[in-house]
Ligand binder design. Sequence first.
Ligand SMILES: *Cc1c(COP(=O)(O)O)cnc(C)c1O
Length: 244
Amino acid sequence: MMVNTEQITHAVHEVRASVSDVARRCGRSPEEITLIAVSKLHPVEALLAAMGAGQRHFGENYIQEALGKQQELEKSGDHDLRWHFTGRLQSNKAKYIPGNFCLVHAIDSIKLARAVHSRAEHQAEATGSAFCQDVLIEVNLAREEQKAGIDESALPQLAETMEALPAIHLCGLMVLPPFSLSVEKRRPFFARLRELRDGLQQRLGRKLPTLSMGMTDDYIQAIEEGATLVRVGTRIFGPRPAKQ
Ligand SMILES: *Cc1c(COP(=O)(O)O)cnc(C)c1O
């Protein structure tokens, strides 16, 4: 697929500007919100185009593809990139997370939390450092069967279990509202995620600063409801090529 560098550069600037505008309009500081360019299935050239516009946070959903891109981009110099794992993580792939991704967005079971924790402990031992992997819990608010994410009734127990795992650090929550709903009807899901976060903060007695919510169609509504990470793909890179 041809990469239109100019178009991607332009889109990054536009999305950044709109994120800032929306933040200010609802009395928030634009610095509270980080734009993640979700680059899954797009070629390295597309990421380079976004980097040219100052983009540093990228989201990827497939481990092998992400590691390949990381290697290629490292070859082209030290760009200080921040990689987010935004996809569904299988426990047996947890070993690829520590050291390669700053944040895992979609922990949704105790099994997966333990798998990431165990690999983070390995990483700490291997590097002789106090390594800790940042993670989010994905909540399946609409109880969609085909979707990942934990049921909100099981959220407190998962969060408390994770608190006892020293090599992972729970930073907040993530949601993907039902795509079938109109954008305005997705807003209550963002508001609900924030409420759940507030409740969990009380329960754990500490801050959970991160709310990962909002994509191409609904990042404005998500910011209005408190998003701190917005995950935007199509609006920046155009339509995604099909998965091979
Ligand atoms: C692909 C993806 C995105 C980006 O979606 P767009 O609609 O293209 O902006 C955001 N979040 C997650 C979890 C994704 O898988």
